[in-house]
Each structure stands twice: as C-alpha cells, then as structure tokens.
Design a protein around this ligand. Sequence first.
Ligand code: G6P
Ligand code: MG
Length: 218
Amino acid sequence: NKKGFIFDLDGVIVDTAKYHYLAWKKLANELGFEFTKEQNELFKGVSRKRCLEILLHDIGKVNYTQDDFDRWMIEKNEDYLAFISNMNDSEILPDVPKVLNYLKENKMPIALGSASKNAKPILEKVGLLPYFDAIVDGNNVTKAKPDPEVFLLAAKQLKVDAKDCIVFEDAVAGIQAANSAKMISIGIGDKNVLSEAQFNFNDFTEINIKFIEELIKN
Ligand code: G6P
Ligand code: MG
C-alpha cells in the first residue's frame, strides 16, 4: 500500500516553542504577571485561542471583554511574528532534512499537520515548503488535536488511507490524534511524556534510514 508521511511543525521540524514563549511572556508581563517555561510546556500543540484562555485562567483574570480577548490574541501573534521574522534554515531541527530527503527520493507523499496558523510562512522561511505535497494547519481545521481531524484531512489530501499514514509528533495531544486516526504514531521527544506513541525517539538524529525503509515496506 502507498504510505503517507505527516509531520507536525512546532517541536518536530523547527523549535518555535521559544518564540511562542517570548510572545506569551510579553503579554503576561503587560498584564502584570509572570509566565514560566513550565507554563509554556503546556501550550505545546494547543491552539492560540485555547492558550490565551488558559493563560487568563492561570493568572486569575476574569474581568475582560471579548474586545480585550481579541486584542490580546492579535498582540500575541504580532509579537510572535516579529520574533520569527529572522528565522532561517539554521533553525531546522537536526536530521529533519535527512528524513525528508529520503522520503522525497523515494517519492513518498509528505504532509504537514499542524495547529499553527503560521505554518506556511514558517516552512517558507526555513526553505522546506517545496517538500510538502499537502499542508493542513490551524487555518483548515475546526477541531483541535487530540481530535484526529487535522491528520485525517492531511491523509485525504495525500490520497492515502489513514491506516497507511505515519505521523511525527512532539505533543501528547498530537500522538492521541494520530492514534485515534488509526495512524502509526511516532513520538519525538521525552518517551515518558509521549508514552502513548507506537515508536519513540528523542529527535531525528536517532532515526536511521533503515527504520524509515521498514515503515515504507510494511
Ligand atoms: C502549535 C504550537 C502551539 C501553538 C499552536 C498555534 O501547535 O505547538 O504552541 O499555540 O501551534 O500556533 P499559532 O502560530 O497559530 O499561534
Ligand atoms: Mg508540536
């Protein structure tokens, strides 16, 4: 059967978490609060809107209007965009191109499955856009991970059966989404955190081509 390969973006292809952190921290500080790396961890794989809801809840802010909320969303994103404006290919995580190149050489369909609304410009900045046959991101889906919608849509666009798709993810919700789409889930990051994944690697340097070869064959 034809296989399809689906990649999450943030934390899998590039480490944008540090820029999200800076932007959320700036907003929290402006509201008179701190924002920690630990809080930022919990924002991985979570939509922008949901992140802001969590932030406001955590700092105990209850008196705000819908206008305030919308303004903060815009402000956070504008700051984030400013932080990522100079991103380039040096920010691609180690050995990601090794895997992408192998898949391309073997004519494997490749998709992006991300919660971010900034996915496309980021891929463009780091020069990886040409590798992707389909891009499904925060602009195309209504239900966030752990809902499988994002990956099912990616499979559909690749014209590959869900069960023949392989998903690379760094967020627990992303692994759950892949599993509930009946796809093969590969956790990139802490094995103890991503224990629900079918396969675990700390990063792409641990993935050898033999492993990818087997995925294509089986
Ligand atoms: C990814 C990141 C999250 C981020 C979300 C939305 O899932 O891991 O931290 O909140 O995308 O990103 P956006 O670029 O649309 O604000
Ligand atoms: Mg991620």
